[in-house]
Structures are given as C-alpha cells and as structure tokens.
Write a new protein. Sequence first.
Lengths: 116, 115
Amino acid sequence: AQKVTQAQTEISVVEKEDVTLDCVYETRDTTYYLFWYKQPPSGELVFLIRRNSFDEQNEISGRYSWNFQKSTSSFNFTITASQVVDSAVYFCALSGVIQGAQKLVFGQGTRLTINP
Amino acid sequence: DTAVSQTPKYLVTQMGNDKSIKCEQNLGHDTMYWYKQDSKKFLKIMFSYNNKELIINETVPNRFSPKSPDKAHLNLHINSLELGDSAVYFCASSRLFGRAADTQYFGPGTRLTVL
C-alpha cells in the first residue's frame, strides 16, 4: 500500500529563517511521482511541484527547493528566507495508478507559521 | 479565468437534508475527482471519473452519488446528510486518464457544515 508521512504537524519560525518540511513515502512501485501542494489560509490547494522517481536531481524555484532522495524515500521541501506569505499548510502526495486510474495519496500536512 | 470552479463555496444545512455541490473545469481535462478534507486537514479521494465514467469509488457511503453530465462537469449529491459529513469537499481535474505523472488541479473547495 502507498503511504506518505509528514511527521511535522506544525512548525513555527520567525520571518527570514530557513525552514525544511519533511516528507517520507512508502510504495512498491518502481515508477511513481511525488507532489507538493500548498493550502494557504484562504483554503484553496495550490500545486507547487511534481517530481518523478527516476530523476534525483534537486530542484530550485526562487526561494523554494526540493531534495528528493530515493535511498531514504524522502522528498523534503525547503523554504529559504521565509516570508509571512509562506504561512500555510503544506501537503506532500504520492501518485500511482490503481485500477487503471491515477490515485493521489496525501500526507497529513504540515502547518507552517511564519511570524513577523 | 478560473480553471476549476465549485459552487457553492459554503453550505450550511440541517441533518437529514439532501444537498448538491457542483464542479466545472475549463481546462479540457479528461479526468475529474472528488476529495474530502476532514477537520484535521486529512485529504482523501472519494471518486474518480474519466470522461463521464465512474472509475474509482473509494469506500464512500451510498448516500454520496456523483454525476457527470459531460467531461467538464462533475457534481456531488449527498442524501440524508449526517453530522459526520461536515468537511471541505474539493473537486479536481487532470489532463489524461490513468497517468501517475499527471498533475491534479483543485477547485477552491466547498465547506459543508451539517447542524
């Protein structure tokens, strides 16, 4: 069975600090995809990034970076120089195909609070 | 232009009532989904539709019945609402069917409160 664990339920930091959100996953698939979504206080779910299982190159987008390590089944997300607008719940998700259909399994989410 | 839209945004109703939530996507996607987010923010898939056909039905009570009149619309009808149905319901869509690589785009959510 597929499973995603985000062990950090809540994180609180002061603005401009760097913060890393952890994501550990379990799957028996050899090919799979991992996603991060952001849910700001307004409630919508915003897609951030998709990563496939055969590309371990780290990705950077502005202040956001992602570290994928297949050996430890982890896909961690780092925000550099955090800002108040980064306050949100962040979800890691694992994608596979079950019964012919794509299925996203989400972690429990990490609530990130950036204090001014 | 809104890619995935849902109506209503908020729904407050009494136990035992029947209610519907509507979802529309203008992305030209083939596949649509309903998710439930509980009070602890846990997100779980309920249904998956491909081009109007039901593909996945997770262990959801029969009181929940999705309907897809065309591939751009997926509605959720809930009969005999119970207190435990209170949650945020998200609609989502993805471009193709059956691809783990596809990105799912979510609607703004409908917060359902059953009193």
